[in-house]
Design a protein around this ligand. Structure first.
Ligand SMILES: NC(=O)c1ccc[n+]([C@@H]2O[C@H](COP(=O)([O-])OP(=O)(O)OC[C@H]3O[C@@H](n4cnc5c(N)ncnc54)[C@H](O)[C@@H]3O)[C@@H](O)[C@H]2O)c1
Length: 368
């Protein structure tokens, strides 16, 4: 078995790599990523990618078909991965998340790949408060990010054949620890706020619905999709990946964090205009198709895991929204330094002007 994982150097990728390595100790696992966040490691005891057989630094907009030779399965995570980035880099979002993703699938099919697993998102439902959305419900993508996922799903449905199986997993919002932690995800933000400043500020009125999934459970769902046969879902499958118990309103998430981090004050903006993004999701199809790969980690455990992870990082930065834990901040910073273009292409000739300054090492008898 040879599995190629795109976008493996992000938040979800290290958990997927680990899950697939444990499940398939003998498989060839290959990572492909442009590396925007490769340097944003958080408390990893070693580089997560040592579990891979190869890592390629490639922009999927220029994907060399040769990398697909002999590949059985593609797990496609690479994307501009949230609404704020999609707003700031709209063209790049459509080019990477939609056009390049579809072209990658086309190349994969031509190369004889038999299974393509696509990380889609429940954000395709946009605003959906009148009952939980199933896969048969109308989509209502409100942002460039959500639209890019809908367009890609549609194009993938047309590429599917008996020999090229496609699984689109519409993931709930991720949470939990990773070797490349993000704090621009709602629960992660709340725990980081509570731990660092003793206060959670909910910017909305707290009523929006937001289904969540622990990042390790995302990896478990991907393992299932890699293995699934056509009897569970047919050649082309769109499935909501998460669990009904994890449909929370934002104020419930804040209250759960405050309960586990003593002394936390929650402030809710009751005057805020209604949040346009709010959706409840029905995960019964996933439950029926993947009974052995259901989410296992609950909210309490996830908050605990984040607290412990942040403590181990000695995290105390209450200004973390201006830090490298925020994906948009990292892209904006790389761009302002001239390393990345507006189109999110590496400026290849650009190197740091400044010579790195290291502390002077004094030679001493006991230095070694
Ligand atoms: N995190 C969530 O809450 C969530 C929820 C639903 C779906 N998803 C989807 O899961 C996937 C992974 O999410 P994540 O949280 O790990 O995001 P992330 O931003 O941490 O990682 C995305 C990775 O894709 C890579 N990438 C971006 N553009 C690329 C390009 N042109 N070529 C090659 N690599 C490129 C980035 O360098 C990064 O390593 C994404 O497709 C995302 O849309 C995530």
């Amino acid at each position: 078995m040879k599995i190629l994982i795109t976008g493996n150097l992000g938040y979800v990728g290290p958990c997927v790599t680990r899950q697939l390595r444990v499940r398939y100790p003998e498989a060839t696992l290959i990572g492909v990523d442009v590396g925007y966040f490769a340097h944003c490691l958080t408390r990893a005891p070693r580089l997560p990618e040592v579990l891979l057989d190869a890592q390629h630094f490639v922009d999927i907009r220029r994907f060399p078909a040769s990398l697909l030779t002999g590949i059985d399965v593609v797990v496609h995570l690479a994307a501009v991965s949230n609404d704020p980035m999609g707003k700031a880099y709209e063209d790049a979002t459509f080019n990477i998340n939609y056009h390049a993703s579809v072209e990658l699938a086309r190349q994969a099919r031509a190369a004889g790949v038999r299974s393509f697993v696509f990380a889609s998102s429940c954000s395709v439902y946009g605003f959906a408060e009148d009952g939980a959305r199933t896969e048969r419900s109308a989509v209502n993508p409100l942002t460039a990010y959500a639209k890019s996922k809908v367009f890609t799903e549609q194009a993938l449905s047309e590429l599917t054949t008996d020999a090229f199986r496609v699984s689109c997993l519409r993931f709930a919002t991720a949470c939990g620890m990773s070797d490349r932690l993000r704090l621009d995800l709602v629960l992660n933000d709340f725990v980081a706020s509570a731990v660092s400043g003793g206060r959670i500020t909910v910017l909305s009125d707290g009523t929006p619905w937001r289904p969540l999934i622990n990042v390790k459970d995302m990896a478990r769902a991907i393992e299932w999709a890699v293995e699934r046969d056509t009897q569970s879902g047919g050649n082309f499958l769109v499935v909501n990946a998460g669990s009904d118990e994890w449909n929370y309103q934002v104020h419930e998430l804040a209250a759960a964090v405050a309960q586990q981090v003593p002394g936390t004050v929650v402030s809710i903006n009751h005057q805020a205009p209604p949040d346009k993004r709010s959706y409840r999701v029905d995960f019964s199809l996933f439950r029926a198709l993947a009974p052995l790969h259901q989410p296992r980690v609950d909210l309490h455990e996830t908050i605990q895991e984040l607290r412990q992870g942040l403590a181990a990082m000695r995290f105390n930065n209450s200004d973390f929204r201006n830090s490298t834990y925020m994906r948009l901040r990292v892209l904006a910073d790389l761009q302002s330094r001239g390393f990345l273009s507006e189109a999110l292409e590496w400026m290849e000739k650009k190197v740091d002007d400044a010579v790195p300054q290291y502390p002077r090492l004094e030679a001493t008898a006991h230095a070694i």
